[in-house]
Design a protein around this ligand. Structure first.
Ligand code: KG4
Ligand code: ZN
Length: 346
């Protein structure tokens, strides 16, 4: 029974992170996980500014690694490998992580493992729940939205995804249009609690088309139009108007995700998995209405529903260290020529 300990680095979006994860007795264990978020740095700009992100990653990544090692109680020399997100993501940030990891690997003689950020998210349920392959995965965050069948640590089948915005992005833009703070997802969800989802009608884009592709940019446009209609009529938005708009928007997103999940499940079930599972990850998976919709569809189709704890759903380095462990076991290592990739489909 092998013991593998890996230091992981993540810097592909707006979180600088490092973590130490160990596999022992067939189980993954997070020894430390440090995340420096950049939300405050980008707040004034209504989105992540790549140059600001890159500089912040470069400033924080060494400190992150030091803190993760210190918190794990282990020196670098106790690691078996260094894993790092090599893409996809904002290239300046990815480069900070990859260069730091190369320096650590060169200095210590440890092997280097490049990890696809999406594979990191997609493999997390194996760390948290010990899921067996194949399982169905829905990634829903501010940057991603796709259905995957996870067949192995290095084997994923993409069933479909968004053709424009990610749902988290749509939540964030909705919040902005309604004068709510960022990140918008939790704000819209809170506002929607007191709202009537049936007062305004929002589109369910692409539901009339076969397959698992989704679209969320039209929803944002519909929200803008509806908001302007109400404002023109009343000269402003009441708290109730805002709540009803949020509830209608959220219900539309939840419906689209639930219906497309139904289709993804049908395709996944043709593999005849012994224990059929849908796992969700990404910040949007925190939304209770969206989760409830997915759980209903899982019940109907006979799948188990699972989601990693929120701190492991959003960007972190424990998922990268874990993906590194999975690749280590397969002997999948990288050389000093490991490239940072802005685009890298699974
Ligand atoms: O996974 P994540 O932390 O970062 C990446 O995008 O990779 O996801 C952040 C996104 C943001 O767009 C945020 O608004 C959204 O997830 N989000 C939510 C909720 N909590 C976070 N969206 C809807 N409902 C929520 N409760
Ligand atoms: Zn992510």
């Amino acid at each position: 029974n092998e013991t593998i300990t890996v230091l992981g680095l993540e810097s592909s979006c707006d979180d600088t992170a490092a973590a130490v994860v160990r596999l022992a007795d067939g189980q993954g264990q997070i020894l430390s996980s440090v995340v420096y978020g950049q939300t405050a740095l980008h707040a004034a700009f209504g989105g992540v500014v790549p140059e600001i992100a890159a500089r912040a990653h470069a400033e924080k990544i060494d400190l992150c690694v030091e803190e993760a090692l210190a918190a794990s109680g282990l020196p670098l020399t106790s690691m078996d490998a260094i894993a790092v997100t090599a893409g996809p993501g904002l290239i300046g940030g990815v480069l900070s992580g990859v260069m730091c990891a190369k320096g650590l690997a060169a200095g210590s003689g440890l092997p280097l493992i490049g990890v696809n950020h999406l594979a990191g998210h997609a493999l997390t349920p194996r760390l948290t729940d010990g899921l067996a392959f194949p399982y169905l995965m829905l990634l829903v965050s501010g940057g991603h939205c796709q259905f995957l069948i996870a067949r192995g640590p290095d084997s994923f089948t993409r069933l479909g995804g968004t053709i424009d915005d990610a749902p988290g992005e749509a939540f964030d833009k909705t919040a902005k249009l309604l004068g709510l703070p960022q990140p918008g997802g939790p704000e819209v969800e809170r506002a929607a609690l007191g709202g009537d989802p049936a007062r305004f009608t929002f589109p369910r884009p692409l539901l009339d088309r076969p397959g698992c592709d989704m679209s969320f940019s039209g929803l944002k446009t519909a929200l803008l139009r509806t908001r302007d209609g109400v404002m023109a009529e009343k000269g402003g938005l009441t708290v109730q108007d805002r709540a009803d708009l949020c509830a209608g928007f959220q219900a539309a997103v939840a419906d689209v995700l639930a219906e497309k999940s139904r289709r993804a499940m049908a395709e996944y079930l043709t593999l005849d998995p012994a224990e059929p599972v849908l796992a969700v990850a990404g910040g949007v998976a925190a939304n209770a209405a969206i989760r409830a919709g997915l759980e209903t569809v899982c019940d109907e189709a006979g799948l188990k529903f699972t989601a990693p704890p929120l701190a492991l759903c959003t960007d972190n380095a424990a998922m990268i260290a874990w993906a590194g462990i999975e690749r280590f076991r397969l002997g999948l290592f990288d050389g000093m020529d490991l490239a940072a990739r802005p685009r890298w489909p699974l």
